[in-house]
Design a binder for this molecule. Sequence first.
Ligand SMILES: [Fe+2]
Ligand SMILES: [Fe+2]
Length: 194
Amino acid sequence: MTEGHTVGTMPESNDVVLLLRKQHGQIRDLLDQVADGPADRRRESFERLTHLLVVHETAEQEIDHTYLRRSGGDGERVAARRTAEEDDATRALDALVAMDPDDAGFAERFRALRRDLLDHAAAEEDEEFPLLHDMAGPAALQAMAKATRAAEMLAPTRPHPGLDSVPKKAAAGPLAGLADRTRDAVRAVREHLP
Ligand SMILES: [Fe+2]
Ligand SMILES: [Fe+2]
């Protein structure tokens, strides 16, 4: 891919940071809907949030965190922090998926996860994304956007088929299948990554 070549008409097609910021906005909206929206829509909103989070965080780990980690120095340090936060969030999300949103304890656990996810997104926006803009040129930002969009488009558009019937006691990462599929989608376009 040549530098500056346009792969889409939307600005976020050429800059992975714009695309990730847009997804952060969608995640914040869904966090609000689950926490404060109508009770009869809570399950649906939570499933949409879960799907988006798994795709978003898996793509970040495969794409921009990987780019920064390979850059060494500050990039490596920042990528390690964000990845650790994502691993913690994934464990919390796994526990929530095994519950019903109407279960006692769901709201309190969800509030904690929401706070952690908002802090995590703010850390990416305040620390990681500016670093990525400093370190990556236009061609690299565009290639990372393309890989992130591949994850969005090729990963399931609905929650993982097994998600609705996840046994209550399933603690072995019920979201792992969706993460694997997202990872495969990203790696299929990996040769375009810098
Ligand atoms: Fe993240
Ligand atoms: Fe993010």
